[in-house]
Design a protein around this ligand. Structure first.
Ligand SMILES: Nc1ncnc2c1ncn2[C@@H]1O[C@H](COP(=O)(O)OP(=O)(O)OP(=O)(O)O)[C@@H](O)[C@H]1O
Length: 291
């Protein structure tokens, strides 16, 4: 349904995205994670047909995101990462403007009222006087009220307080029930975990990994947090062949998929100050790729 193939866009300074390929099915939600500057917004802008790719293509329902960008506007709703409003307008005037662009559709007004209620937003206020979170809510109402089949959302919960982030997750789950296809970038692992079937990690413009979120949750792996006495012990651990991540000079997380025997053998040969067992959360699984 959404098909990205070898998508490449390099800016003049050499940054951008390289050879991105992935697919998602209709009616599913795809999470796009990655550190700042990784290329999430660039990918989203290419999906929206705001820029021409240097190479490769992105297609939504067979339509090329660049060549067919005008047709795509009628099936895709977009929430930008940075919202730009006419500041002297009221929230309601802004929403009326968007509504006006989509002809006489009574359902838009109905959806709008419902969304304003669940996000607890008063649209009568001037946008200039709105907080960052209120402006974000206004952007969400504008994107969701159109009831488009495809939603492309760039960091939709940025600026929202934790309670509103939860409301937003519920909103996404409602949209999923209606069969919507949703692509969203985020820094919130819990939000992705609760809403997405697939999650991709992008770093320095390259796709590192695509995960099936459900199987990641199923295959929770054991972790061990270990604090060792001295540098010699730390070095021994580093050379052990175990999968380890340094938390400090003498503190490490060991991720155990198999190699149980190796773990105990290694620990028997070093001085361990502290030892804690846990399971690898989705967030930590992804953090491996951030590091
Ligand atoms: N118009 C532009 N001209 C030149 N370089 C750009 C432009 N837009 C983005 N970049 C660079 O491309 C890289 C990817 O940026 P992008 O905005 O896509 O990242 P991002 O993953 O959305 O980051 P964030 O999480 O901080 O929003 C960055 O190094 C950025 O500086």
């Amino acid at each position: 349904m959404l098909e990205v193939s070898e998508l490449t866009k390099i800016y003049r300074e050499g940054r951008g995205i390289r050879n991105l390929s992935f697919q998602m099915n209709s009616g599913t939600t795809f999470g796009f994670l990655g550190p700042n500057g990784a290329g999430k917004t660039t990918t989203i802008r290419l999906l929206m047909g705001f820029m021409k790719p240097d190479q490769g293509s992105a297609r939504i329902w067979g339509l090329d995101c660049w060549k067919n960008r005008t047709e795509l506007k009628s099936i895709v709703s977009y929430l930008p990462g940075e919202l730009h409003f006419i500041e002297q307008q009221t929230g309601q005037e802004f929403l009326d403007l968007i509504e006006g662009m989509h002809g006489e559709r009574r359902d838009i007004k109905r959806n709008q009222i419902e969304l304003l209620r669940s996000l607890e937003l008063d649209p009568k206020q001037r946008i200039r006087k709105m907080s960052k979170g209120m402006k974000q809510k206004l952007g969400i109402v504008a994107a969701f009220m159109l009831d488009s089949q495809v939603l492309i959302l760039d960091e939709p919960t940025s600026g929202l307080d934790p309670l509103m982030q939860k409301t937003f997750v519920e909103l996404i789950l409602e949209e999923k029930k209606k069969g919507k296809t949703i692509f969203m970038s985020s820094h919130q692992f819990s939000e992705i975990e609760r809403t997405c079937e697939q999650a991709a990690i992008i770093r320095e413009g390259e796709l590192l990994n695509i995960q099936d979120v459900a199987s990641l949750k199923r295959n929770e792996r054991q972790t061990f947090e270990v604090e060792v006495e001295g540098e010699e012990d730390a070095e021994f651990l580093r050379q052990s062949g175990l999968t380890i991540y340094a938390l400090g000079k003498s503190r490490f997380t060991i991720i155990l998929a198999d190699k149980q025997e190796l773990l105990w053998k290694t620990l028997a040969q070093i001085h361990v100050k502290r030892f804690k067992q846990g399971t690898l959360e989705l967030e930590e699984a992804f953090m491996q790729y951030y590091r």
